[in-house]
Design a protein. Structure first.
Length: 335
């Protein structure tokens, strides 16, 4: 077993998942403004440190994706943030792309940038304690999208990123996100997600990436957010499993779903059903941002000094998703 494979398996062991706390300063400002909290470096750190030091981290969270600002900050107890996360039994990770920009040649689509200077940035993050990294490609769905150009360009970028990350002894999270926005059907989502994932693996193999040392972070198969043809949670689980079984090479150790605009309960329920039906060799877990943090953030915003109360809400959400990652969740367990 390679060192990278060990790290990937440890992050997702025993129902653990990933806390995506890698919101950029702009995104975090939007989230904090939404709950009437000023977005200062101190407030951003207080909220994140509250989650990172919660007991639910040890039992339910195997990895935390950080943003550049956060990985360089110190906790209130003067511990570096990666050190705090490691002491809670979790692996520190880092978002390394520099964002999705307009794709030249297809102005309605995006290409993720950040390959320039990446090798040097990776060395710095590795020295700061990062064990894994994240890069997100985004794809629109409509009659004409994602285009062949978007599918190929983003797959190529994800593969180049992954090769550089493994060269630096870290595990790359490969995140090709087919967005929920739009009125497309679940069938469209299935087809486009399959095309995107297959092309990603074609490029990963071409770039000699060790598939046993990556984690895939895909979307679930859902109808578009404004579609009139929603499907049941059971159908979401079946289609998602079918799509991944037919698109992902068996060497990949684990799949950590993004929540992609689902509510907290939806993201948990769908993950639980996926695990109840899962007959593949893949670990099926979670890499959630809002679906782990939203309730805790709303509670915290009323009194940012109420650490215990905020942690209690976060611990509950983390526990629910950990149970879902083992197919053991039920609605009766929700508060």
């Amino acid at each position: 077993m390679s060192e990278l494979n060990k790290i990937a398996l440890k992050i997702l062991e025993k129902g653990k998942g990933i806390l995506a706390a890698d919101e950029s300063t702009a995104t975090m400002t939007k989230r904090l403004s939404g709950v009437n909290v000023p977005s200062t470096p101190e407030n951003r750190l207080i909220f994140r440190e509250t989650l990172f030091s919660a007991t639910g981290m040890t039992e339910c969270i195997g990895g935390v994706i950080l943003y550049d600002e956060t990985i360089k900050q110190e906790s209130s107890k003067k511990k570096k943030i990666p050190e705090l996360i490691s002491q809670m039994g979790s692996a520190p990770g880092i978002k390394v792309d520099t964002g999705a920009k307009i794709l030249a040649g297809s102005p309605d689509e995006k290409i993720t940038e950040g390959l320039d200077g990446l090798r040097e940035r990776l060395k710095e993050y590795y020295n700061l304690g990062a064990k894994f990294t994240k890069w997100r490609g985004v794809y629109n769905i409509s009659k004409n999208y994602p285009s062949k150009l978007s599918i190929e360009s983003n797959a190529h970028a994800l593969a180049r990123y992954s090769a550089l990350v493994q060269e630096c002894d870290m595990v790359p999270i490969v995140e090709p996100e087919v967005l929920m926005d739009g009125d497309h059907s679940a069938t469209d989502c299935y087809q486009k997600t399959s095309d995107v994932i297959k092309k990603c693996f074609e490029q990963l193999i071409l770039h000699k990436v060790d598939l046993k040392g990556i984690i895939l972070k895909p979307n679930m198969i859902l109808a578009g957010s404004s579609s009139k043809n929603k499907i049941s949670n059971q159908e979401v689980a079946k289609l998602t499993l079918d799509c991944l079984e037919n698109s992902v090479p068996s060497e990949v150790p684990g799949i950590a779903f993004l929540s992609g605009g689902q509510s907290e309960i939806e993201a948990t329920e769908n993950l639980n059903l996926i695990n109840k039906l899962n007959k593949t060799s893949f670990i099926m877990s979670y890499s959630y941002g809002r679906a782990l943090q939203q309730s805790a953030l709303r509670f915290w915003s009323k009194d940012i000094k109420n650490i215990d109360g905020t942690q209690k809400i976060f611990n509950h959400r983390a526990k629910m998703n950990s149970l879902a990652a083992q197919g053991k969740w039920s609605k009766d367990l929700e508060i």
